[in-house]
Design a protein around this ligand. Structure first.
Ligand code: ADP
Ligand code: MG
Length: 244
């Protein structure tokens, strides 16, 4: 949590987002969704598939200017998309350096590669890597320019439990040691309960903020019983968002 009075690193206030394409009905994707992310905080945004979560991330990153409302902090953010989005004809090293502004492309990234276990793969090409390793490369690219907030869109889907847990651990360790914030979209409630300081629950489309739930227990003290009780309480209060 940041000191009292400090500005959040990320602020989002989307009044409305409607996709309009020729010959198709307008699709209202987001309505009244406002939140901030404080320095050092891990926030998980949870909501049904098709709710408007990715739309929200694209807006807050400045990738989609066509909405009503205000966002700030995009310049402080590093992004990991749902798919790794690596250039297949570039090495791991080169893919990561593409996350840097041109003037900083030559900076020393040894510590980052080592921390993420990517040192042996620096000169490999993405297709030689498992999906879990490719996701690490995408994470390294997002971290390369030392962002103040890491924004993750379902970064652990399609990984087996062990690979997901390993990557999750890397994210938590990295942000804890760097004092970085995280905004992570997930529909894995158990995962969110494991790592988040705060949960934001959004409704089905149009994504609307339904609840802002602080999880006060320190991450190191979250056992299975606490996680299960927390999940059951949330499911009882928000049955449309969190399945029993
Ligand atoms: P989520 O990430 O929560 O699964 P999305 O933000 O991807 O949901 O999508 C929300 C809704 O907006 C969905 O109904 C989706 O089909 C629609 N949508 C997403 N992108 C576009 C687009 N470019 N044009 C029209 N509709 C879109
Ligand atoms: Mg999505």
């Amino acid at each position: 949590m940041s000191a009292a009075g400090a500005e959040p690193v990320l602020q989002v206030a989307i009044d409305a987002k409607v996709y309009r394409s020729k010959g198709a009905e307008p699709v209202e994707a987001v309505r009244n969704l406002a939140f901030g992310v404080e320095a050092g905080e891990i926030v998980c945004l949870i909501g049904p598939s098709g709710a408007g979560k990715t739309t929200t991330l694209r807006i807050l990153l400045g990738l989609d200017p066509d909405f009503e409302g205000r966002v700030s902090g995009a310049d402080q953010a590093g992004m990991v998309f749902q798919e790794p989005r690596l250039l297949p004809w570039r090495s791991v090293e080169h893919n990561v350096r593409l996350g840097l502004p041109r003037a900083r492309r030559g900076r020393d990234l040894d510590t980052l590669f080592t921390r993420l276990g990517l040192t042996p793969w620096r000169s490999s090409y993405p297709k030689a890597l498992s999906l879990g390793m490719q996701r690490r490369v995408a994470l390294a690219r997002a971290l390369a320019d030392d962002p103040r907030v890491l924004v993750l869109d379902e970064p652990f889907v399609s990984l087996d439990d062990a690979a997901a847990a390993e990557l999750r651990g890397l994210v938590v360790d990295t942000v804890d040691s760097a004092g970085m914030s995280v905004l992570m979209v997930t529909h894995n409630v158990a995962e969110a309960i494991g790592i988040a300081d705060r949960l934001l629950l959004v409704s089905k489309r149009p994504a609307t903020l339904m609840a802002d739930v602080p999880l006060d227990r320190p991450r190191g003290q979250r056992d299975r019983a606490w996680a299960e009780a927390t999940r059951a309480a949330l499911a009882a209060q928000h049955p449309g968002i969190i399945a029993e």
